[in-house]
Design a protein around this ligand. Structure first.
Ligand code: NAD
Length: 249
């Protein structure tokens, strides 16, 4: 049986571990050729190699998504070596230190915004022309429920994710008639190394907000991304919650 993403090329950023790895594995399992892009070259290659070991298709690529030249180079390589870019999942992101606005150094604020928001913008900008010219594309940006609610002591992170939602909504409208869809997803707590950076009390506060009473699994994010790049043909400029019931708006 032909798989749904056979013949498609997907770039997943931050795919060396965690949620991005699960997304890359899911898209590869559905037949896509996946570029596993990450700051950590060794992790990216480990993920790509283990996807290839299953008889599926993946290459790794080292990138810092906050660098305009590195983003251009990633898109150029994907177009040249894999032929085109059908799917972009902007997943790379950092949490940054827990600090009140009063105490957060501007260097940390800038670093979080540069990676989470500007990195997403740069990657979108690098692929959109080719997608529009070909009349097809699927972009999924990683926001967070933090961008809707404003998590305590995570102003940079929360602002960056609110920005991702705004970028997604604008871009979705800009290209709505071109065959390209642009959506974002807003997870609550998902089991990954990122949440291990939180203190136990912070983690428990966030867990208490989830009616299902558990953290989500990276594979559950992979399933939502799969839906958005395959079946969700009438969805664009939208934000999809995946929060065990936490986000209800
Ligand atoms: N885990 C959660 O609870 C949760 C909730 C909501 C949203 N998210 C978002 O999901 C995404 C993935 O998070 P995760 O939990 O898997 O985190 P993680 O820390 O496990 O993985 C993040 C990956 O991104 C890579 N990365 C970091 N900076 C990069 C850069 N400048 N360029 C390229 N790659 C870079 C890291 O090397 C790492 O492989 C992030 O955008 C995060 O904000 C996570």
């Amino acid at each position: 049986m032909t798989k749904g993403l056979t013949g498609m090329v997907a770039i997943v950023t931050g795919a060396g571990k965690g949620i991005g790895e699960a997304i890359a594995r899911r898209l590869a399992s559905e037949g896509a050729q996946v570029m596993v892009a990450d700051l950590d070259a060794a992790n990216a290659e480990n993920v790509a190699a283990s996807i290839r070991a299953e008889g599926l298709s993946a290459v790794s690529h080292q990138i810092d998504v906050s660098s305009p030249s590195q983003v251009s180079e990633m898109a150029r390589r994907a177009e040249e070596e894999l032929g085109k870019i059908d799917i972009l999942v902007n997943n790379a992101g950092i949490l940054g230190p827990a600090a009140s606005v009063q105490d957060l150094p501007v260097e940390d604020w800038n670093r979080i915004l540069n990676i989470n928001l500007t990195g997403t913008f740069l990657c979108c900008q690098a692929v959109i022309k080719g997608m529009v010219e070909r009349g097809y594309g699927r972009i999924v940006n990683m926001a967070s429920v933090a961008g809707k609610e404003g998590n305590l002591y995570q102003a940079g992170y929360s602002a960056s994710k609110a920005g991702v939602m705004g970028l997604t909504k604008t871009m979705g409208k800009e290209v709505a008639k071109t065959g390209v869809t642009v959506n974002c997803i807003a997870p609550a707590l998902i089991d990954s190394d990122l949440i291990k950076e939180m203190t136990d009390s912070h983690l428990n506060t966030l867990l208490d907000k989830i009616p299902m009473g558990r953290v989500g699994k990276p594979e559950e994010i992979g399933a939502l991304v799969s839906f958005l790049v395959t079946e969700a043909t009438f969805c664009t400029g939208a934000c999809f919650d995946i929060s065990g019931g936490r986000a209800t708006y």
